[in-house]
Design a protein around this ligand. Structure first.
Ligand code: NAI
Ligand code: 15L
Length: 265
C-alpha cells in the first residue's frame, strides 16, 4: 500500500475513473485540478492548482510517493493553452519532483505523438514520432522532459502512450486503441511497484487482437493486460457504421485528430 498518490487532472474523465480504482492502493489520494472537486471520499484530499503555476506545483508534490499526471489539455487546442498546461505544466511537475524526493511519475502521454502513422503500420516504441497536432507535440515535449530528468537526475517515469481509455470501446478505431480502466490501473500499479522503472515508454492498450503497438520491450514491468476489445467487436459491427477506407478515422492511427486545423489563439 502506498502512502500518498497524487493525481493531477483528477476532475477529468480518467481522473474520475482512477479515483475509484486506485483507492485501495494508497492510504491517501491527493487529488488536484484547476477545477474544484467537492465530493471527496474518506481517503481523498483536494488541492486546487493550475499546473502552469510552478510554486503551487512545488508544494503539491511534497509528501507524495507517486504521481499520476493527467492534468492538462487533452485535445487539440491553440498553442497558448497547450503551452501553459502541457509545456509549463510538465516542466513544473518534473522540477517539483526533483526537489521532493523524486516520486515515480506516470505521465499520460498519447497516441497522438504518432497519430500520422497509417493504421496498416505496426509500431515499436523506438519508431520516430509523427504527431498529428500541437497536442501531440506537447506530449512529445513531456516525454522529452521525462527522459532528460531521468538521465540527469535519475527520475523514474512511465510514459504511457494511451490509446483510448473508456469503460468500453465505442467505435471501429477503438478496437485497436482501447485501454480498459482495469488495465490502466494495473499498469499504473506495476509501474509504481516494479523493482526498476527507469524511463519507460508503454503503449497504453489492452490485449486487443487488433492492436497496432508492440509492448515487448516493457515486459520487465510484469504488466499483463487482461481485457480485449474483441469482446465488443460484434456489438460495434452491429451498432456503429463502418467508416470508409479514406476517412481519417480509418486511415490514420490518430483518427480524426489528423483533420484538425492549427487553432489560432
Ligand atoms: P480531461 O480533459 O477529461 O481531463 C484533464 C483534466 O486536466 C481536466 O479536469 C482539466 O480541468 C485539468 N486541467 C486542464 N488544464 C489544467 C491546468 N492548467 N492545471 C490543472 N489542471 C488542468 O482528459 P482525460 O480524458 O481525463 O485525460 C487525462 C490525461 O490523459 C490527459 O493528459 C490526456 O491528454 C491523456 N490522455 C487521455 C486519453 C483518453 O483516452 N482519455 C488518451 C490519451 C491521453
Ligand atoms: C487522446 O489523447 C485524448 O485525450 C482522448 O480524448 C481521446 O481522443 C484519445 O486520445 C483517442 O485518440 O481516442
Amino acid at each position: 500500500m502506498m502512502k500518498r498518490i497524487l493525481i493531477t487532472g483528477a476532475a477529468g474523465q480518467l481522473g474520475t475513473i482512477l479515483r475509484e480504482t486506485l483507492k485501495p492502493h494508497a492510504k491517501e489520494l491527493r487529488l488536484s485540478d484547476i477545477t474544484e472537486i467537492t465530493d471527496l471520499g474518506p481517503n481523498e484530499t483536494f488541492v486546487q492548482c493550475d499546473i502552469a503555476d510552478g510554486a503551487a506545483v512545488k508544494s503539491l508534490v511534497e509528501g507524495c510517493d507517486g504521481v499520476v499526471h493527467l492534468g492538462g489539455i487533452s485535445v487539440e487546442k491553440n498553442f497558448d493553452l497547450i503551452e501553459a498546461a502541457n509545456l509549463r505544466g510538465v516542466y513544473n511537475l518534473y522540477e517539483a519532483a526533483r526537489q521532493h524526493g523524486q516520486p515515480r511519475i506516470i505521465f499520460a502521454s498519447s497516441n497522438h505523438t504518432i497519430g500520422y502513422y497509417r493504421q496498416d503500420e505496426r509500431l515499436k516504441h523506438t519508431d520516430p514520432f509523427k504527431p498529428d497536432g500541437l497536442y501531440g507535440v506537447s506530449k512529445i515535449f513531456g516525454e522529452a522532459v521525462a527522459s532528460l530528468y531521468h538521465d540527469k537526475f535519475g527520475q523514474e517515469s512511465a510514459l504511457v502512450r494511451i490509446g483510448s481509455c473508456t469503460p468500453k470501446p465505442e467505435n471501429w478505431r477503438m478496437l485497436s486503441t482501447w485501454l480498459s480502466p482495469r488495465d490502466f490501473t494495473s499498469l499504473i500499479m506495476a509501474a509504481f511497484t516494479a523493482p526498476r522503472l527507469g524511463c519507460t515508454v508503454v503503449w497504453g492498450q489492452s490485449a486487443n487482437d487488433m492492436g497496432w503497438w508492440d509492448n515487448s520491450h516493457a515486459a520487465f514491468l510484469g504488466w499483463v493486460p487482461q481485457d480485449n476489445s474483441q469482446d465488443f467487436a460484434e456489438e460495434i459491427r452491429r451498432t456503429v457504421p463502418r467508416p470508409g477506407p479514406e476517412d481519417s478515422v480509418a486511415k490514420y492511427q490518430g483518427g480524426v485528430f489528423t483533420d484538425e486545423p492549427i487553432h489560432q489563439s
